[in-house]
Structure formats: structure tokens, C-alpha cells
Design a protein around this ligand. Structure first.
Ligand code: BGC
Length: 600
């Protein structure tokens, strides 16, 4: 062989050998990084903080970026993207269910996602979030508790704590350990479509009951990870001005909260302070603006006040499109939101764009590596605190807790305590269980969907008996001495004789709505409801009007002739509780959580 050729061949050979050995060494190194044995982060006796630090030190930049993403499960092009993008968290937005909506299918769905996360190099479990805001009501078969406005009428912190615990048990049974509740908004305007999601307009009640709900949700359990609560929506979300919504189809929701810093500090911040002291691990930033600027873009609120001043060590998650609403340029929006203090971004769809924007932001230095590490450390610490690395996330042991008899009994108690008597003349209430004829009217009387309101199976709720429960009519029938004495007609046509029945009960009110869809310039009883009440009034001696609503409704002058009016809010699946209150099985002790004006 000629000398140059020999030299060339030798180099070629050595090159191939080095390439082979190098690749092998790299793989070895990669494998050594992946699925380590006895690493600090895998040791449950170590503190959450030291485990998070250890895990962080093992992560690539890409893995870190993935932890910041919160993705709607329907956005996944393929479940494998959880692994490919190292996603930190998924959510089921309202109405986003498994193909068939049973508790077992929910569990299987979440288990499938967690299996993907487990296969990642460092095996970091996902957080899976959902809005179980009045029970785990997206799941068919769950106990549907009264919406918060009803619980607020009870003013009973112990009850609310127990509701939180029961909700957490139903969540954990489906493998879900993150709830977007409690809502700590303080509504100032009854026209807002989210009043019923709140504990009412008294800051002290919001603080006391919001904290109780958080404590209940985060009740430590031996056998499953902690269900993490979310204090939302930070901050001033409830003080928006009518007509300022940033959403073209809404009026006040997602609007501008025109508030002085003094009011913000002395009212709106108070429930957040309290829940943080009680161990809130996640705070959700609102979709509102504070004095003209998106909260998600305000460093002063998120970092200076929430993290530094209040000492919040958990993570801040943005709300649905809350970061992308900052600026129409999504790169600018991402950089602004994360630099302001958002740690996890509820994208909720564009996770691929987010990955490339984050890469760009880190390369250019628009987002510093310190900020990234801070956000990831916060998220990981919460995951460790919840026990997600240590306890089985999805086991089938608890499925029968969903909609269980004890939980339904608790929901019934909650309904009983939520009823507020707006008016009771001539001692009309409580009613006699042995009345010889009771006419029931109103199309809300025998409609589970109507009494449960929105965020039940679907975002905007459902119409009718699409899930298990007891309607108010069924509750009345169960309560009276003789069931056949009860006659029902939706529009007040049940009378069979010209003589008046002892009692007429009209169950009327708002149809379900969620968020800005429910912004209403004049919340009131519909003309149809008023016609039903009027007709019923001519057929009975004592007329009782039960109002189902998410807020105070304007009542007409003729309400002066109704004998009793009861605000039942949105009681949920256990309509028996309403009947209990009407017939004196339980005392009527609820008090108004929001002002309700009227000369009735
Ligand atoms: C709501 C939040 C909710 C989120 C996720 C948003 O539209 O404002 O309260 O937690 O959706 O479903």
C-alpha cells in the first residue's frame, strides 16, 4: 500500500473507532443520567426542597422548559408528546372528558398519561389539573355539591372543610391531584357571570370559607398523594368594571379591575394571604387587568407582592390563555409573563410553539436561566410536597368513593344549610308534610342540570337528568306523608279541581351559564317563570317560590303577593336538601352571601 493511502486508511479506521466508542460512551452517560438509582430526589425521607434541588441539577434545559407547560389534554397530538416534550402538567378544561364519562374511564385516562411521564429520562410525574369547583362534577356519577355561593350562605367553615375533603377523595379516586379551587374572588357586581363561583361579596367570609375549602382539599391522606388546591384568581378578579371585558363576546368577565392599591391590599389580598399561611401551594393569576394592565404581566403583583412580600414559595400558574392574552405576539407574551413571575403557563394548546419560544428566549437571554430554574424548582417542590413521586397515583381502590352515600349525605347537609329565606309571611314555612294537596310547578323543579348549574359535566352545564341525583320534586315527594298528594306540571297546569290546593311550590330561576357567557345586564326571573308563578298562585292557598340562581335576581312588584321566597342558589345533585328545608326537616338558617335588594 502506498504511504499516503496507508495514512488515510489508518485515520479513517481510527475515526470510525472513536466515533463508535464516543457514541457508546455518550449513550452510557445518557443512560446513567436517566432512571438513576437511589438519587436524592428519589428518597422520600429527604425534604421536598433538597429533592427538587437534586432533580433540577440533573435536568437538561429542554426538560426544564417542559415543566413550565400546562396543556389541555385534547391538545396532545399524541400521548407520546408528554415524553417527547417532557410536559410538566396537563388539564381537563371544562367538559374535556374521556371518550366515555365513567369514573373508571377517567382513572384509565390519567393513568395512561402518567405512564408516559414515567417513561421520561428522570421519570417526573405530571400534575393533572381540573376544575372540581363544586365537587368532581365533570365526572358522571360524582357528588355534585352546591356551588360556592350556596356554601357561603351557610357561613359554616367546618361544613366547607368537609366538602373540600370529600371532593379531594373523589378527585384522588380518578388519579387527579390538582384542583383549580378555591375561588377567592370578591364579586362586586351581580351582573358578572361568575358570582356563584365565589363565597360572596364579604371579604371576611371569602377569607374564612376559602381557607376552609383549601384545608379540606389538602387534607393529608395516607394512601394517595395530596390533592393540591389552587388559590384563584389572583387578584382583584371580582372588581371589574362593566363594559371593560378584554373578550369581545363578554361584558365584565376578563375586564379591568379599577382598584386602588389600598383596597387591593386591605380586601382582595387578604384571602390569598390567609390561604398561603394555611399551605396554598399554587396560585392562579386571573384573566383580569389591574388598572389597565393584565395581571399576568405585572411583576409588581406576582413577584414583588405575592412571592416576595407574602413569601409565597409555591408556583404561580396562569389561567386559560392568560399569558397569550398579554400581547398578540406570542413570543413577547411568553417572555413578559414568565419574567413577571408566572411559573407555569396554562397555554393551553400551543405546547410546540411554547417549546421553541422558550428555547429562543433562553438563547437570547430574554428569559434568564435563573428565572427558568426558579420556576422549575417551585413546580418540582410542589410535586414532591404532594407525594407524587412516592405514592401510587392511580390505583383502583377508591372508585366507589365517587358519589358514595356519605358524600351525598354531606351534600344534602350542605344544601339544607345553604337555603336563605328571603321572605316568609303568615308563617308559611315550614310546610306541613301532611298537606292534602301540593302543586309543584316550574321547569327547574324536576331538572338535575338546572339545579347543578354550570361546570357540571360540561362548561355551560347540562339540561336534564344526565347524571345521578335527586331533583327537588323527587325530594318533595319523598318528604310528604302521602306521595300521591303531590302533583307536578312544569308550567303550572297541574290543578285538577277548581278548589285551591293547600300549597303551591314554584321552582324557578336561571338556566346554567359559565364565565362571561353569564354576564347579564339585568339578572332577573324570566317572563316564562313569572307566568308560571302567576298561574300557580291562582290555584293554591299558600304560594312558595324557590329561586335557583347564581346571584341575586331582580324580583317584580308582584313578589309582594308571594307568601314565601327561598333562595336555593345552585344546590347540585342532592335536591332532597331543598325539600328538607321547606318541610322543616332541617332549620332554615342560611344568610345572604351577596346583597339582594327588593321590596318583597
Ligand atoms: C377559568 C379558570 C379555570 C380554567 C381552567 C378558565 O377559563 O377562568 O377559573 O380554572 O379555565 O378550566
Amino acid at each position: 500500500m502506498q504511504k499516503p493511502l496507508l495514512i488515510f486508511s489508518t485515520f479513517l479506521f481510527l475515526g470510525i473507532v472513536f466515533a463508535f466508542v464516543g457514541k457508546h460512551l455518550f449513550e452510557l452517560r445518557t443512560n446513567a443520567r436517566c432512571h438513576p438509582q437511589n438519587a436524592i430526589y428519589q428518597q422520600s425521607h429527604m425534604s421536598a426542597e433538597s429533592r427538587a434541588a437534586d432533580l433540577l441539577s440533573r435536568m437538561t434545559e429542554q426538560e426544564k422548559m417542559g415543566q413550565l407547560a400546562l396543556v389541555e389534554k385534547n391538545a396532545l397530538t399524541s400521548p407520546e408528546d408528554i415524553r417527547v416534550y417532557g410536559l410538566g402538567a396537563l388539564l381537563s378544561g371544562a367538559g374535556s372528558q374521556p371518550a366515555t364519562n365513567t369514573p373508571a374511564d377517567w382513572l384509565a385516562l390519567v393513568a395512561g398519561f402518567q405512564a408516559q411521564a414515567k417513561e421520561t429520562c428522570l421519570g417526573i410525574p405530571l400534575l393533572y389539573g381540573i376544575d372540581a369547583i363544586h365537587g368532581h362534577a365533570g365526572v358522571n356519577g360524582a357528588t355534585v355539591f352546591p356551588h360556592m355561593i350556596g356554601l357561603a350562605a351557610s357561613k359554616d367553615a367546618d361544613l366547607v372543610r368537609r366538602v373540600g375533603k370529600a371532593t379531594a377523595e373523589e378527585l384522588a379516586a380518578t388519579g387527579i391531584h390538582w384542583n383549580f379551587a378555591p375561588n377567592l374572588d370578591i364579586p362586586k357586581d351581580q351582573r358578572w357571570g361568575r358570582v356563584y363561583e365565589t363565597f360572596g361579596s364579604n371579604p371576611t367570609t371569602v377569607t374564612d370559607l376559602g381557607t376552609a375549602l383549601l384545608e379540606g382539599l389538602q387534607t393529608p391522606a395516607e394512601t394517595y398523594p395530596l390533592v393540591i388546591a389552587t388559590a384563584k384568581h389572583f387578584v382583584g378578579n371580582g372588581s371589574m368594571t362593566w363594559g371593560t371585558s378584554g373578550n369581545a363576546t363578554y361584558k365584565i368577565d376578563q375586564g379591568d379591575s379599577h382598584l386602588t392599591e389600598h383596597t387591593l391590599r386591605t380586601e382582595d389580598l387578604v384571602p390569598f394571604k390567609s390561604t398561603i399561611q394555611q399551605g396554598a401551594l399554587v396560585v392562579m393569576a386571573g384573566l383580569n387587568r389591574w388598572n389597565g394592565k393584565m395581571v399576568t404581566a405585572q411583576h409588581a403583583l406576582l413577584t414583588d407582592i405575592l412571592k416576595k412580600e407574602l413569601g409565597f414559595t409555591g408556583f404561580i400558574v396562569s389561567d386559560w390563555y392568560g399569558v397569550y392574552s398579554i400581547n398578540s405576539d406570542r413570543y413577547v407574551a411568553t417572555v413578559t409573563g414568565i419574567n413577571a413571575g408566572i411559573d407555569m403557563v396554562m397555554l393551553p394548546f400551543e405546547y410546540k410553539l411554547f417549546a421553541s419560544d422558550m428555547e429562543r428566549a433562553l438563547t437570547t437571554g430574554d428569559i434568564s436561566r435563573e428565572r427558568l430554574d426558579d420556576a422549575v424548582r417551585r413546580i418540582l417542590t410542589v410535586k414532591f410536597k404532594a407525594g407524587l413521586f412516592d405514592r401510587p397515583i392511580t390505583t383502583e381502590v377508591g372508585l366507589n368513593t365517587i358519589g358514595s352515600a356519605p358524600h351525598r349525605r354531606l351534600a344534602r347537609e350542605a344544601v339544607q344549610k345553604s337555603l336563605v329565606v328571603l321572605k316568609n309571611t303568615k308563617g308559611a314555612l315550614p310546610l306541613s308534610r301532611s298537606a292534602s294537596q301540593i302543586l309543584v310547578a316550574g321547569d327547574a323543579a324536576n331538572n338535575l342540570g338546572r339545579q347543578a348549574g354550570a361546570w357540571t359535566l360540561e362548561w355551560q352545564g347540562v339540561d336534564g337528568a344526565l347524571f345521578p341525583g335527586t331533583t327537588i320534586l323527587q325530594g318533595i315527594e319523598e318528604t310528604v306523608v302521602t306521595k300521591s298528594h303531590v302533583r307536578y306540571s312544569a308550567h303550572g297546569d297541574a290543578a285538577t279541581s277548581t278548589s285551591r290546593a293547600d300549597i303551591g311550590i314554584a321552582v324557578v330561576g336561571e338556566k346554567p351559564y359559565a364565565e362571561g357567557v353569564g354576564d347579564d345586564p339585568l339578572p332577573r326571573l324570566s317572563d316564562e317563570d313569572l307566568a308560571t308563578i302567576k298561574k300557580l298562585g291562582t290555584q293554591c292557598k299558600t304560594l312558595i317560590v324557590v329561586i335557583l340562581s347564581g346571584r341575586a335576581l331582580a324580583l317584580p312588584a308582584e313578589a309582594a303577593s308571594w307568601d314565601a321566597i327561598v333562595a336555593a342558589w345552585l344546590p347540585g345533585s342532592e335536591g332532597q336538601g331543598v325539600a328538607d328545608g321547606l318541610f322543616g326537616i332541617s332549620p332554615l338558617t342560611g344568610t345572604l352571601p351577596v346583597p339582594w335588594q327588593g321590596a318583597f
